[in-house]
Design a protein around this ligand. Structure first.
Ligand SMILES: [Zn+2]
Length: 165
C-alpha cells in the first residue's frame, strides 16, 4: 500500500484528539436539510450559521433535486427531524454556464478519450431549474406541506444567499 493519503490521515488523527461528537445521533438538530452543489467554494453549514449535527446535507453537481436528493429529503423529513429544506445552486456554476457538449469536450480532452457518452446534468436556465426543483420537493407525496421549502442562489463572490423560490 502506498501512502498517498498520509497527509489526510495525519490530519484526521489530530481531529480525533479533540473529537466531541462521540455518541451523537444522526438527526438534524436544527431541523434543516440543504441540497447544494459540490462546488468547493460552498461551505453549506457555516453559510447559514450552522454546525455539525444541525443539518442533513446533500450535494451533487449543480445542487439539483435529483431522485436521490428526494430520497435523502424524504428520509430527512420522516426519520431525521427535518422541517425546513433549502435548495441552493450558486453563481458561476459550471453546470449552469457550460453546455453538455462543452463539458464532454473538456472532460474528453482531460481523459484523453471519448466522453460523449457521459451524462452531465447541465441547466440552461438556472432560475427556472431552481423553481422546478423546489416544486418537485413541495409536491412530493411523502413531503408534507408542514415542511417549508425555499430555493436560494448562493453568490460565490459575496457569500450572500438570495431567495428565488
Ligand atoms: Zn456548482
Amino acid at each position: 500500500m502506498t501512502d498517498e493519503f498520509d497527509d489526510l490521515v495525519a490530519a484526521n488523527r489530530t481531529y480525533a484528539e479533540t473529537f466531541d461528537l462521540s455518541g451523537f445521533d444522526g438527526i438534524a438538530h436544527a431541523g434543516i436539510a440543504i441540497v447544494t452543489c459540490m462546488d468547493s467554494r460552498i461551505d453549506p453549514l457555516r453559510m447559514v450559521g450552522l454546525q455539525p449535527g444541525d443539518a442533513k446535507i446533500f450535494r451533487n453537481p449543480g445542487g439539483r433535486v435529483t431522485d436521490q436528493a428526494l430520497e435523502a429529503l424524504v428520509l430527512g423529513v420522516h426519520l431525521l427531524n427535518v422541517n425546513r429544506i433549502l435548495v441552493i445552486p450558486h453563481t458561476r456554476c459550471a453546470m449552469a454556464s457550460a453546455s453538455i457538449d462543452e463539458l464532454r469536450q473538456r472532460v474528453g480532452e482531460s481523459a484523453g478519450q471519448d466522453a460523449s457518452w457521459q451524462t452531465f446534468g447541465v441547466v440552461s436556465d438556472q432560475s427556472a431549474a431552481l423553481e422546478d426543483d423546489v416544486r418537485k420537493v413541495r409536491s412530493h407525496p411523502l413531503i408534507p406541506d408542514t415542511v417549508l421549502v425555499g430555493g436560494f442562489i448562493y453568490d460565490v463572490d459575496t457569500g450572500l444567499l438570495t431567495r428565488q423560490a
